[in-house]
Design a protein around this ligand. Structure first.
Ligand code: G3P
Ligand code: MG
Length: 240
């Protein structure tokens, strides 16, 4: 079973920062996952929440701030004073970290709350200009964004994100269309979801920090997990 470092190695480093990504980049794990929003001046930045309040010394919505304004804030100190001075990375900054590594890059487009007009095209432009099509998976809870990726560049792998237990998931996934299903941990073990695994479509599960859960998911045929503790989970999965 493959491992993705969730928001970088976010268990031991502040999520979605250079520190978390530098750590993920040195680990022998399959991939890394990170979240992308768009600023008021149309820049792509890597952060989980719509607001900067939880993970910085500032306050306000990413959509209302320019990249220059966002860059003035500290994104490390909330986690630990050891990480004071971390600034918000752009999508390009994060791709630079993984420029010469083997890691698969799961870009989660966070347009499910605010629509971020034109964001999908901007993300694809960055991927295409760096010729990263074969290394990238674009996922989103906003399935219209997934549909847009499939239309604009079918060579880029897509994944629909879900929290729920679905009825006939394959019908819906094919309709979007999505190449893979990224699913919340407990839902991945429900019977209706086995249909997706049996079909051969990749099912990847978030967020798995418990070794017992990881073992159960491996036995169920889940292709990959997203974990905040990639190094620990990698050692565990190699031990069983
Ligand atoms: O992409 C998997 C996972 O990151 C989805 O949930 O809220 O952690 O972005 P969230
Ligand atoms: Mg995410």
């Amino acid at each position: 079973m493959e491992i993705f470092a969730h928001r970088g190695a976010s268990g031991d480093f502040p999520e979605n920062t250079f520190a978390a990504f530098m750590e993920a980049a040195r680990l022998p794990v399959f991939g890394v996952e990170f979240d992308v929003h768009m600023t008021a001046d149309g820049e792509l930045v890597v952060i989980h929440d719509e607001l900067i309040d939880r993970t910085s010394d500032g306050t306000g919505y990413v959509k209302d701030m320019s990249l220059a304004e966002l860059k003035k804030h500290d994104f490390g100190n909330w986690f630990s004073p050891d990480f004071q001075g971390e600034t918000i990375p752009t999508l390009a900054d994060v791709l630079d970290v993984f420029d010469s590594t083997h890691h698969k890059l799961n870009i989660e487009i966070k347009s499910d709350i605010f629509p971020y007009e034109g964001m999908v095209k901007k993300v694809l432009d960055v991927i295409e200009s760096r010729q990263l099509e074969s290394r990238v998976i674009i996922s989103s809870f906003d399935h219209s964004a997934i549909q847009a990726v499939a239309k604009l560049n079918p060579r880029v792998e897509t994944a629909a994100l879900f929290m729920e237990v679905l009825v006939n998931p394959l019908d819906y996934l094919r309709k979007i269309p999505a190449d893979a299903l990224h699913l919340l941990f407990p839902a991945a073990l429900r019977l209706s979801m086995a249909e997706v695994i049996t079909s051969g479509m990749p099912v990847r599960t978030f967020t798995v920090n418990d070794e017992t859960h990881a073992k159960t998911l491996k036995q169920a045929g889940v292709q990959a997990i997203f974990t905040d503790y990639p190094e620990k989970m990698n050692a565990f999965l190699h031990s069983i």
